[in-house]
Design a protein around this ligand. Sequence first.
Ligand SMILES: [Zn+2]
Length: 635
Amino acid sequence: MPVEPAVPCARRFRTNYPRHSTRHVPNARRILNRDHPVSDFAQTVKQQADIVKVIEGYIRLRNAGAQRFKGLCPFHKEKTPSFNVNGGSQQFFYCFGCQASGDVFSFVGKIENVTFPEAVRIVAQKCGIPLPKREFSSPEEAAEARLRTKLLELHETAAAWFEEQLRSPEGALAREYLAGRGLSDEGIKKFRIGYAPDSFNALRDRLSGMADEATLRASGLFSSKEQEDGGHGRLYDRFRKRVVFPIANEGGRVIAFTARMLGTPSEGEKAGPKYINSPETPLYSKGQVLFNLDKAKSAIRTVGFALLVEGQMDCISVFLAGIQNVIATSGTAFTEQQVAILKRHTQNVVVNFDPDAAGANAAEKSIALLTEEGFAIKLVTLEGGLDPDRFVRERGVEAYKEAIRGARRQSDHLIERARLLYPGASADQKVKALNFLLPHIRRIPEKLVRDQFAADAAQKLGIDSAVLREELRQAALRRRDRVEARPAALTEVERVLLRALAITDPEGEAARRMAAEALANQPAWFEHMGAFPAMQALAVRAANDPMDVVEDAAQRALLAEALLGESRMPEADEVESALQELEERIVESRLRDLRAEIGEAERRGDYAELAVLTQQKLELDRALRQLRGPKPLQP
Ligand SMILES: [Zn+2]
């Protein structure tokens, strides 16, 4: 798995280093994840990595104080942030919406969809921690990682070779084509556009010394005819006599190619499709890549929105004209994975799809998906039905920027379309226009936005019928926002005890043991607490990570709540006073019960019972006085 260049995310760079986070883990080998006994290297990485910095590489987080950071969860749909990160001594993430939680490796593993060892390597690289020679848990994983590394090498070499071919005499026709599309040498270089010559074995000859046949086959750079016996045929170059555009992953590494037909086929030659793409390979999955995101992501974050176009040529052309927050879907409808990837960078999208019918269909599906995910969408319609590439070339970039500034809200655009599709003021036409709009309104996850849309539609369509207004109101009402299962509030005592029981640092062992022993010796003190099951699990958790030992979702939420705001471990004296407060409350509650029982015994005239109860009450009164009495002076 390729990663971006190392960013300073190692914790030694932090200035607000928590007081108690030396986090040495000597002696006992800690188990960081139930499924993976963790190597010394992973331990080293985990101790040095700052989970906040690593996660900020993927999603936006804001500081919510006391080492607690919040953001929109990358693992479930949401509009208000319920994803939390503890940047203090506990270093974990937790989502109150979908209960996703874990350490820095779980996060990277989940978001990059990679195995544990790969996640360790990614985090290490991000933090600039040198990798040991071998870090695989199984021979299969090692083989897979070797294959991916090799495929990246092959793609890099192929990309460079295609670029070379474009500059060669044979590339003249391709250069002409690109010049005709207004591409400068600089632009060609920037996007590493190349040329695949008219040959069945030129690329194969170039790469055959680098990898064995099976690896070459897995690269997707070659085709072969299936043999009659079902065996593999001889490999030949997949891309021939075509302009070749590399497709890069988010880290900017080439993982696939798109190749465009050049000129008209000569006599007897099969034309083939206009575009040929790399097939799905271990490196490349079409639905998981957004074209140009590697170059566009920093601009997207800076300007606060992504410009979404359909074609790769559109994207290149607009980018080279200076609008750098542009990405392309490559002609097909958005997949959920692509939406999730985009959501990590922004939730504002300006869409500029081709106005043609095929485009409109894919565009509509993409827009529907983005709407469901809570994106704010604006639409650009270019004058004269031009695509972005031609518009920029013919009218200039300033005119294009103007068109983007004039983008209309999706709701306005839809209402306008409804009016054009069903013109006229008859009741019949209004019902049709409304029926066109209702599904779009229902799709919006946020109630306020739906209300606004419905109100605009009623006004602009001139709907004064009470029945139709009610229909709109119902559409706006129908979709309920996700109701989050927020945990019940924890008392301060519960908070301190949970935090103490969750201590992993040997320096805090005294505090942890004090809480664990109280729990073992006086379980009755704790039974009434909402977080009792979590406390029990923590007390016997051995060397496991705290969040891993609590199975019940509601209990995990409580524990997360207690740990998220933690910037340091509780000290032994805090635990002591929490336990004392708890004991006082237990005694007080027992006294309340006793008073009631005494009253009851008096009414019954049960004097034997009354004597016993009164004696108990006296003892408890004394105990309470002692608990509340003057405390010894602190040194
Ligand atoms: Zn979530």
